[in-house]
Design a protein around this ligand. Structure first.
Ligand code: MD3
Ligand code: FE
Length: 216
C-alpha cells in the first residue's frame, strides 16, 4: 500500500504528443551523481561548438559518449566513431547513464531501448538551438530519451513541418522526455538560456540525449 501511494506521488508523467512522454523529475534521484561525473568528465573532454550544414558554429558546446558521437564539421555532420576535435574514439557510455536511459524508455513503453550514443549538449548563458528535426539515426522507430540538468530552459516543440505551430515547455533540472511514435520526427529547439545559478552546474544547462544511431 505504502509503495503504491509513493509511486503515485512520484509519477508525474505527462503525455503531451503522440508517443512523447514528459517524465518530470525522473532523473532527480541520480542527478547529484551524474552531474558530478559530468563536471569532471567535461574538464578532461572539453565539448566543442559543432558546425551546422550552413557552415555556422552552433552556440551549444557538444561532446558524446558511446560507440559513436554526433559531430559537425566543415565536411558535414552526423555520427562518427572518432571525435574529429580530439582524434580519439568517444568514451564508453557510463553505466549510470545507460541505466537511466533504459529505465526512462521502459517507463514510456520501450522495453528494449539500447542506446549506442549519448549526446552531451552544454548550454551557457545565451546558447540556443533553432528548430530542427533529428534525422541522422537509422531507425526512427527507436525513441530518443533526453535528460535536462542545471538551469531551466524553454523548450520549443513543433509539428512535422517547420511551419507548424510550436508549444513552449519549461524544462527543469531532472526532467526526462521520451520521444517516440509520431513525435520522433517533430521539429524542436530551445530558446536562449537565461542567466542564473544552479547549485550543481553553476551558470550552465546540460542536456543528455540518448539515441540508437545504428551506424557502423
Ligand atoms: C524531439 N537537443 O540535441 S532535448 C538535439 O535541449 C536537441 O539540447 C535539445 O534537440 C537540447 O538534437 C533538445 C529534447 C529533444 C531531443 C530530441 C528530440 C527533443 C526531441 C527528437 C525528436 C523530437
Ligand atoms: Fe534535436
Amino acid at each position: 500500500m505504502t509503495t503504491d501511494l509513493f509511486s503515485e506521488q512520484m509519477d508525474s508523467t505527462i503525455v503531451f504528443a503522440d508517443g512523447a512522454l514528459w517524465l518530470r523529475g525522473f532523473a532527480l534521484p541520480d542527478a547529484d551523481a551524474i552531474c558530478q561525473m559530468l563536471v569532471a568528465h567535461l574538464d578532461t573532454h572539453p565539448p566543442q561548438q559543432m558546425m551546422t550544414p550552413m557552415g555556422h558554429k552552433m552556440s551549444v558546446l557538444t561532446t558524446s559518449f558511446g560507440d559513436v558521437g554526433w559531430v559537425g564539421t566543415k565536411k558535414g555532420y552526423g555520427y562518427a566513431k572518432v571525435n574529429p576535435y580530439s582524434q580519439q574514439v568517444f568514451p564508453a557510455m557510463p553505466q549510470m547513464l545507460l541505466d537511466l536511459a533504459r529505465r526512462a524508455a521502459n517507463q514510456a513503453g520501450y522495453s528494449d531501448f539500447v542506446p549506442d550514443t549519448c549526446l552531451v549538449n552544454c548550454y551557457e548563458v545565451g546558447s540556443k538551438m533553432g528548430l530542427h528535426q533529428d534525422k541522422d539515426e537509422e531507425d526512427f522507430s527507436q525513441p530518443i530519451v533526453s535528460v535536462s540538468f542545471g538551469l531551466p530552459i524553454t523548450f520549443l516543440f513543433g509539428g512535422l513541418t517547420r511551419a507548424a505551430q510550436t508549444k513552449k515547455m519549461p524544462l527543469v533540472h531532472g526532467d526526462v522526455l521520451v520521444w517516440g511514435g509520431q513525435s520522433r520526427l517533430c521539429f524542436h529547439g530551445v530558446l536562449a538560456l537565461k542567466a542564473g545559478h544552479h547549485p550543481l552546474l553553476g551558470s550552465r544547462r546540460i542536456n543528455l540525449t540518448f539515441r540508437k544511431a545504428g551506424k557502423m
